[in-house]
Design a protein around this ligand. Structure first.
Ligand SMILES: Cc1cc2nc3c(=O)[nH]c(=O)nc-3n(C[C@H](O)[C@H](O)[C@H](O)COP(=O)(O)OP(=O)(O)OC[C@H]3O[C@@H](n4cnc5c(N)ncnc54)[C@H](O)[C@@H]3O)c2cc1C
Length: 357
């Protein structure tokens, strides 16, 4: 259940490996964050997730079905108004992830690299970041799932049927259907789908607003305010962090980190105002559209993957990194569903959060 990036990739992998697959999406495919994100495939800066990220990158290389991967990374510029606060972050990332080549840029180099940035900012560059249209990966995996024979049902909400600790099927408005295995990939709503009593709540929504606009001179890099790598919890205390991702002349300006669902048009002016401190041109730019969506934030900042009970699997909780990690996670969970040897790292296993008996 769930037609986001994770559910659609799972449907594709399971169907291609011979399973009979039916995916339930309560709205339409990519209705949640999978269709409304900033569209950047980027390293998640967490050792526990590096393997899943590498697996996802390989899966994106061979995805096809209308999905086009940029030839090379644009680079992520991490910027701050406070140079002293940024340097420890850079040094930490440089030590932990040498492959990202976290490189500090002096003011002259920064100005040459990105003349549209405000004067006086501190910045370092990370060797990562492939911009893609927000819904493109989900749509491509959906097309691949259909081509492999999966049935994708839109406009129908579903919940697992669990009897005596075992998932035996799926319940929807049209009744109950038996199933050999049930996978919940319902993003931020996963906790409620698994346990409608509310006792089990390891995943909660963290709402983000993105403003889409066309800049006369968009930055060549993806630009992010320092701080996202510290975002481990749904109550991480960050209400607003600047980010700007551009692809094909359209820029996504982000974003908020809110526990309550915001009204996007009310939040947009504050995002533009904050963004103009980093990219002054944002102050006078015409907005194309504004959208809100929820990150599925887990209690420890890492996804929940694999079995939770007999026949019941979870694939959710990717927080701000679901597009970057979704396919790799889906592959791991598909293998678990198919009874292949488990390779899900213990720190990502869904069962680390045990539902109430
Ligand atoms: C503003 C913002 C920007 C982001 N930018 C990036 C980025 O640049 N790069 C990146 O890697 N990640 C980014 N993310 C994170 C990423 O978008 C998410 O982690 C990812 O989309 C989650 O995918 P999912 O499939 O787990 O969940 P979702 O996309 O939320 O999909 C879950 C689906 O389940 C459906 N559903 C819910 N309940 C039921 C039910 N009972 N029955 C059937 N269906 C149900 C929902 O309708 C929904 O379509 C961003 C997130 C936000 C909010």
């Amino acid at each position: 259940m769930g037609g986001g990036i994770v559910g659609c990739a799972l449907a594709a992998f399971l169907a291609e490996d011979g399973a009979r697959v039916r995916l339930y999406e309560r709205e339409h495919l990519a209705a949640g964050a999978s269709g409304r994100n900033s569209g950047l495939l980027q390293h998640p800066m967490d050792e526990a997730l590096s393997g899943v990220y590498a697996a996802s990158a390989a899966l994106y290389e061979e995805l096809g079905h209308g999905f086009e991967l940029p030839a090379e990374a644009v680079g992520v510029l991490v910027v701050s108004e406070d140079a002293a606060a940024l340097e420890p972050t850079r040094a930490d990332l440089a030590a932990r992830f040498p492959e990202l080549r976290a490189e500090a840029l002096d003011p002259a180099t920064l100005h040459t690299a990105e003349p549209v940035l405000a004067e006086g900012l501190a910045a370092f560059r990370l060797d990562t970041g492939l911009p893609v249209p927000p819904a493109a990966a989900t749509q491509a995996f959906a097309a691949r799932a259909r081509a492999a024979g999966a049935e994708l049902i839109e406009g129908v909400a579903a919940t697992p049927v669990v009897a005596a600790g075992r998932a035996t099927g799926v319940r929807s408005a049209s009744g109950e259907a038996p199933a050999g295995a049930v996978v919940v990939a319902a993003g931020p709503w996963t906790s409620a789908v698994v346990d409608p009593t509310g006792a089990w709540r390891p995943i909660a929504p963290l709402w983000g607003v993105n403003v889409e606009l066309r800049l006369a001179q968009p930055p060549r890099h993806a630009v992010e305010e320092g701080g996202i790598q510290d975002l481990q919890h749904a109550d991480g205390g960050l209400a607003n962090l600047f980010s700007l991702v551009t692809r094909d002349g359209v820029s996504a300006l982000g974003s908020t980190f809110l526990t309550e669902q915001p009204e996007p048009t009310e939040v947009a002016p504050a995002l533009l105002e904050r963004g103009a401190r980093f990219v002054p041109e944002l102050g006078g730019t015409q907005v194309v559209s504004v959208r809100a969506c929820a990150r599925p934030m887990s209690a420890d900042g890492r996804p929940l993957l694999g079995p939770l009970a007999d026949g019941l699997f979870v694939a959710a909780g990717h927080g701000p990194w679901g597009i970057s990690l979704g396919p790799g996670s889906a592959r791991l969970v598909a293998d678990a569903v198919l009874g292949r040897p488990a390779e899900i790292p213990a720190e990502l296993a869904a069962a680390r959060f045990q539902p109430a008996a």
